[in-house]
Design a protein around this ligand. Structure first.
Ligand code: MN
Length: 239
């Protein structure tokens, strides 16, 4: 089957499978499926030097950042505290370079889970290294229910990119994070919060840059609003 119309190219930075003895790049398959359904062409990129991160962004129409390890606290001027999970400095380097290139080039960016944290840190923000230790009393944000199952609602700012994509009604999301945004990076605004006040989405107003703390890719097969997020985001910059 031939497709004549060129699809928008979505660069996705892979992670590393640290469970294997040798270094393997990997990507959870669920990330590419909602993008394919939305009419995009996922292009996977590995760990690259800064100059090639810039080229990868130049040759893509948009960038997707995915979930994974904790960002190295040294990247936001903090020291590792008890409760910090595993870090991957090489992935930090690649993804921070990709985010800076995307922002400099005005490319649309969707940043999921770890991605929202990378986006915030790239703009000078900080993170809670471990919510249960640093913000006792918050909800359980590391759910044990299945990936596709929602576990807490978020409230969405009406005048936001997120609201344009999925509407501003309260939205039940899944939750697989033990960290969250603390102070916000330059220019960022919060556009979704959990009932306990934990930041669940951030944006750069007026720009196609959105970070979400939940995992829409794991809900998109069953939840029309999760798929709508990808549909609207990809449709916003069709070639
Ligand atoms: Mn959550």
């Amino acid at each position: 089957m031939e497709e004549r119309q060129l699809r928008p190219r979505i660069a996705i930075v892979c992670g590393q499978n640290s469970a294997l003895a040798t270094e393997h790049l990997w990507l959870k398959r669920a990330y590419q499926e909602p993008i394919v359904r939305a009419g995009g062409l996922p292009l996977l990129i590995g760990y690259l030097p800064d100059a090639l991160c810039q080229q990868a962004v130049t040759q893509s129409d948009a960038v997707l950042l995915t979930g994974g390890e904790d960002v190295d606290p040294l990247r936001y001027g903090a020291y590792p505290q008890r409760g910090l999970g595993s870090v991957d400095p090489k992935r930090d380097a690649t993804e921070l370079a990709v985010v800076r290139a995307a922002l400099a080039q005005g490319k649309p960016l969707l940043a999921i889970c770890r991605g929202i944290q990378v986006l915030n840190v790239a703009l000078g923000g900080t993170l809670y290294q471990d919510l249960p230790r640093e913000r006792p009393g918050t909800l359980l944000h590391s759910q044990t229910a299945p990936r596709w199952a929602a576990s807490h609602p978020v409230s969405i700012a009406p005048e936001s990119l997120l609201a344009r994509l999925i509407g501003a009604d309260p939205y039940p999301v899944n939750s697989f994070h033990h960290q969250s945004c603390r102070s916000l990076g330059e220019g960022l605004v919060v556009t979704a919060t959990a009932p306990d006040g934990v930041v669940e989405a951030i944006e750069l107003p007026g720009r196609p840059v959105l970070g979400v703390q939940w995992h829409p890719e794991d809900m998109a097969a069953d939840d029309p609003r999760a798929q709508a997020l990808f549909d609207g985001w990809v449709a916003g910059f069709s070639r």
